[in-house]
Ligand binder design. Structure first.
Ligand code: SF4
Length: 444
């Protein structure tokens, strides 16, 4: 059993064992199946629900090097021609989706380039890709275009191209400011590149620059973590996102643990990681930031939004393009094929390149939105009454009462509000709200 198992007490300290702690969707991926692929066809052939926002996620699965903690589908050996073949396939996929009744005539409200490393693309590839995407589904009504960048790939011309194509939110995967820790965790960039990339990004005047950090990388120390916080505050980004290091099964770190017969990952325990994030949040608040979720601090909450997260967590339709990408269409979750060759072959054959899917029931959609919004630290009860006709305080009275007694949240007349301690372990609290059949010891 790991620290994230439904029956473990969320507040207890524990070693970091292998597995995922981060809850990114509901029902869990392990319940999605190949048998439900037909549901995707039905969803795409249905009419959109009025008022439902549309987003596009484009997955760029290429990186300079594989980080030791990475569990994503990434390729480090593709040449320019292979990358172009992949990008062309994603455009073919978009064209085919855009003709479906669910999408036809709609414009994306938000666009997200994730990976992998979107900034691994050349300025030319990026310009051509986005021109083609816009020709299929115009972005003129998109309020946010978010883009993940790896500092070592961001030269001046690249950053200017990223700005030029319309990116509003640039997220820099810094993770740590210490070169030894970056190296030992397999990151491709070094701290010198962080400062140069940040300065150049500021000069381009992106609406929002986010910095990603990870608390508890291999060989992280108390003193170095404090330096990470100080350096982050000195840069004064618009937002800071801090993840607590997890060690999923398909990472290099886990493979090494297995080879050495170790059960505990060589990283700080959960209690230490939570304390580090708590200290970072406190320092960021003292520097004028506001805590906007269990992972994020923002400098100006009125101006700095993260639509991709907020719309997704409120039931938006999301078209995921590319290998292994995740989508949500009219209540149906699905994931694309996770290997490059089958993905390319399916698109070339004019088929939907889908690996697994799950049609959600109205109750599962309500639970999904509730648990995802819990990560924001505050869930408005009126939203659930209006959208689902559900009184959250009554529906989840037992679970909420239990968590309230532990001091992890408070149930008020209008909202459920998490305490700081509750927010820092929010992912471990969410399983209590899953339907019984979805409670498993392995959280994926
Ligand atoms: S840069 Fe991100 S996606 Fe690429 S290997 Fe590292 S963690 Fe994985």
């Amino acid at each position: 059993m790991n620290s994230d198992s439904p029956s473990s007490s969320p507040a207890k300290a524990s070693s970091t064992l292998a597995g995922n702690y981060f809850v990114s969707n509901y029902p869990p991926f392990s319940f999605w199946s190949e048998n439900q692929k037909v549901e995707v066809e039905m969803a795409l052939n249905s009419e959109p629900t009025p008022g439902t926002k549309l987003g596009v996620y484009h997955h760029i699965p290429f990186c300079r090097k594989r980080c030791h903690f990475c569990y994503f589908r990434v390729y480090t050996d593709k040449n320019a021609k292979e990358i172009q073949t992949y990008l062309d396939a994603t455009i073919a996929e978009l064209k085919s989706l855009a003709q479906r009744p669910l999408i036809r005539g709609r414009k994306p409200h938000f666009v997200y380039f994730g990976g992998g490393t979107p900034s691994y693309l050349s300025a030319k590839q990026l310009g051509e890709l986005t021109d083609q995407m816009k020709a299929v589904l115009p972005w003129d009504e998109a309020e946010e275009v978010a883009f993940e960048g790896e500092p070592g790939t961001l030269n001046a011309a690249k950053l200017s191209a990223i700005k030029q194509v319309g990116v509003t939110r640039l997220s820099l995967g810094i993770e740590n400011f210490d070169d030894h820790i970056l190296e030992i965790n397999g990151r491709a960039h070094r701290s010198g590149e962080v400062f140069t990339a940040f300065e150049r990004a500021r000069a381009e005047k992106f609406d929002q620059i986010n910095i990603d950090l990870i608390a508890g990388m291999v060989e992280e120390t108390e003193a170095n973590w404090q330096r990470n916080i100080e350096q982050t505050i000195a840069l004064r980004p618009d937002s800071v996102t801090i993840y607590q290091m997890e060690v999923p099964y398909n990472t290099t770190i886990f493979k090494e643990m297995k080879a050495q017969g170790k059960l505990v990952a060589p990283v700080a325990d959960w209690q230490t990681k939570r304390r580090w994030v708590k200290e970072a949040f406190a320092a960021l608040e003292a520097a004028g930031y506001t805590i906007a979720s269990g992972y994020t601090a923002v400098l100006n909450p009125k101006r700095t939004k993260f639509l991709y997260r907020d719309e997704l967590w409120s039931g938006a339709d999301l078209l995921g393009l590319g290998v292994a990408s995740f989508s949500h269409a009219a209540g149906v979750h699905y994931q694309n094929l996770t290997e490059m060759e089958p993905y390319l072959a399916a698109v070339a054959a004019g088929e939907l390149p889908i690996k697994r899917a799950f049609r959600t029931s109205p109750e599962e959609r309500m639970i999904r939105e509730f648990i995802l919004q819990m990560k924001l630290g505050r869930v408005r009860l009126g939203y659930f009454t209006a959208k689902f006709g559900v009184d959250i305080a009554r529906r989840f009275a037992t679970q909420l009462g239990h968590l309230e007694a532990e001091g992890l949240l408070a149930v008020g007349a209008d909202a459920v509000t998490l305490s700081r301690d509750g927010l820092l372990c929010v992912d471990t609290l969410l399983h209590e709200f899953f339907l019984q059949q979805h409670r498993t010891s392995q959280i994926v």
